[in-house]
Design a protein around this ligand. Sequence first.
Ligand code: SR1
Ligand code: MG
Length: 401
Amino acid sequence: MAYRALSEQEAVEYVKALPGLFSEGATLSSKEIGDGNLNLVFDIREDATGKSVIVKQALPYARVVGESWPLTVDRARIESEALRIQHKRVPELVPEVYHFDQELALTVMENVGDHIIMRKGLIEGKRYPLFAKQIGKFLAHTLFYTSDLGLNPYDKKALVGTFLNPELCKITEDLVFTDPYENAPTNDFNPLITKEVEAIWNNKPLKLEIAKLKFDFLTRAEALLHGDLHTGSIFITETSMKAIDPEFAYYGPIGFDIGAVIANLLLNYAGQHGLQKDQGERESYREYLLTTVEDVWNEFVSQFVQLWHKHAKERSAHVEGLWQSYVKRLIQDAAGFAGCKILRRVIGLAGVADLNSIEDAQTRAEAERLALAIGEALILGRGDVEESTDITDLVRTVTAR
Ligand code: SR1
Ligand code: MG
């Protein structure tokens, strides 16, 4: 079938025609629930049995902007292949793909609708005691087993080719590493923070560090990244977590995925400023977020290093001292990428609800200034980061200013 964007009814017909998913004659309902920046997402369910699936279809443009921003639908292939690879490694943490249709750029997958989007949960003040363990495992296993540590060099290079993803990478190159640091037309920030944004545009040492991080993103094909691992790409309950949406997957620096998780916890930390909470409650939730940042890194590194010792295929990986210097660079990369990802969400296109939902513009500006200061401190201070507490100490120092 030649590409066309499906309606709710057409999505039902499509799923019904697939063998093995629903029984013949099943009565299915369909609702388009996509609220992300790019795609159509249909929730298809059979009320009689409670069985449901997700049909996700890439639109040939970026939904957040409209048809004036054409975008390859090949991202659907990238996403379904990345989901399959990640699901193989950590099946409990990634939705299962049931079917992929290249022509329609459409994936039928497990519905994780009994989970909620983590960003929403954090804004509502929920705590997720298992999250650090879960995301630490997701990061360690998906990144280790797609890197030169976990693959032979031929298979790894073949995968680099499968996941080139130039158009989606260009979005990140522009929106995370370039546009927010100059007066670009894509930028979209609160006019009340114009002075602080202009100070960033004029901050030469900061721009140099961001340029170095951009070159790492452009050139360091370390592992198959999720590529957009913010808290809107994480579905969660108290006991379960699923990482979704890897359409930005490509071979890049491992610290980029870890930094994305840290950045989004810290964006919520900054957004706490705008919530109707008393000071004790706010401080306690912020401590929870900082402990989670530390635990995410600690879980990741402990599982990654265990995999390294037990399963690293590359002989040079076992040279004395290598793993220690490798993980030190990873945490410094993660801190720097986290900083860029914080700055882009405040200054650039596609902000986050943790800040944007603060109604009063003045209060929002105060939270945004804190986010900018944290982002800047992480980028400029990353060279001294060796442990997760070095990151949270930087955040505490900036908050106390
Ligand atoms: C035009 S896409 C804007 C943003 O949405 C995605 O989630 C990525 O973060 C991208 O940068
Ligand atoms: Mg997404």
